[in-house]
Design a protein around this ligand. Structure first.
Ligand code: PLP
Length: 388
């Protein structure tokens, strides 16, 4: 048999792949599993987006390769979307890269910026795909702890001069997976300052940009003065338009980073199916009540679940954005032992926090990805465990 490359040997198992397997085996044995472990929206894509795809799929133009780096109409739609939503002017020519979901850009950007041995700053806990990209680029990770006492923002004062000197790039993600924390304009302003001073490229993952609660719209990193020179922001349609299966997202910002991402994608993919690009345009520029409904739905689920768990004595906090809840595990448990207990005794699947980094080991993550009846059922099942 063939030996895999050194790079592949060093790549960790895809964390969610393992979790999906465990849940599938339990469900296949006939158990009624409440599955909040993964991060895939449970609602369908809005009808007008599906219709746009269907119409476009009949156009023979789209049966050919799309132009390298995507159609101009989508890049222009993206620029219009950012202007409308965040007041940020974007040049569609030089400041947009169309992506295969946010994930492709998040992985590729490390290949764009890191030489073997170079350091990237990574939030802990944070989304594991940042590690995959860094590992593929043979870079090194330096973790920035996100602690509850610091509202899950990194404490830049705690980073050593040595680390700041070595760092070439920094990943951030607000609203955050897994913590549900949101960033403030002041925090982003401080980030730009640090990044400028130490010449670090900021990669802000804005996957949950549309999902902020309590009438607070999450801020875009690119709204910060100087941000476009300092880094990029990655957006995806997966969560805000329930389009996780469609694989469409984009990167915006610093033209040299955008150019590098586009170059890698030229070599890997050519470009997305043209009809999907039409559908993405329909999502970004079409009616937006679907997004408002979706945010309301997650907020209502959040209130039901958190309210229910607090009622039975589990001291959990309300996330401010994203569709994740981040629960401290009872003392005596690790994140894995507690999620194994929930799965085996209550048939509730949550993600153990260790999957997001060492700091995550005293938490589990549950997605707000089932109806309120199921969330209430979850509360009932946890109550029966008499843990609190
Ligand atoms: N970033 C974060 C924080 C996520 O949670 C996800 C998906 O779970 C993504 C990026 C990537 O999503 P996609 O590749 O579907 O755009």
């Amino acid at each position: 048999s063939f030996q895999s490359s050194q790079m592949l040997k060093q790549l960790p198992d895809q964390f969610f792949a393992k979790l999906v397997g465990k849940v599938a085996r339990l469900s296949a044995s006939g158990y009624d599993v409440i599955n909040l472990g993964q991060g895939s929206p449970d609602q369908p894509t809005p009808r007008h987006v599906i219709d746009a795809l269907k119409r476009a799929a009949d156009n023979p133009l789209y049966h050919k390769y799309s132009p390298f780096q995507g159609h101009d109409f989508l890049k222009e739609a993206i620029a219009e979307f950012y202007k409308r939503e965040y007041g940020v002017p974007i040049d569609p020519e030089s400041e947009v890269a169309i992506l295969y979901g946010g994930k492709s850009g998040l992985v590729e950007v490390s290949q764009c910026l890191l030489n073997p041995g170079d350091t990237a700053l990574v939030p802990d806990p944070g989304y594991p795909d940042y590690w995959s990209g860094i590992s593929m680029a043979k870079g090194r990770m330096s973790f920035m702890p996100l602690r509850e006492s610091h509202v899950f923002l990194p404490d830049y004062d705690a980073l050593s001069v040595k680390v700041l000197n070595q760092a070439k790039m920094m990943f951030l993600n607000y609203p955050g997976n897994p913590t549900g924390a949101v960033a403030t304009p002041e925090f982003f302003a401080e980030t730009v300052q640090i990044a400028d001073r130490w010449n670090i490229c900021v990669v802000h993952d804005f996957a949950y940009g549309a999902i902020g609660f309590d009438d607070k719209k999450p801020v875009s990193f690119l709204q910060t003065p100087g941000a476009k020179e300092t880094g990029i922001e990655i957006y995806t349609l997966s969560k805000s338009y329930n389009m996780a299966g469609w694989r469409v997202g984009f990167a915006l910002g610093n033209p040299s980073v955008i150019k590098s991402i586009n170059l890698i994608q030229d070599h890997l993919f050519v470009s997305l199916f043209g009809a999907v690009q039409e559908a993405a345009k329909a999502a970004l520029l079409g009616p937006q009540d679907c997004v408002r409904d979706l945010v309301q739905m997650y907020e209502s689920r959040r209130n039901t679940l958190i309210g229910g768990l607090r009622n039975i004595g589990w001291e959990v906090d309300y996330p401010k954005g994203s569709f994740f809840t981040w629960f401290p595990v009872p003392s005596g448990f690790t994140s894995e032992s507690f999620s194994d207990l929930l799965l085996s005794k209550a048939h509730i699947a949550v993600a153990p926090g260790i999957g997001f980094g060492k700091e995550g080991d005293s938490y589990v993550r549950a997605g707000l990805l089932a109806g309120e009846d199921r969330l209430l059922e979850m509360v009932e099942r946890i109550k029966k465990l008499k843990l609190f």
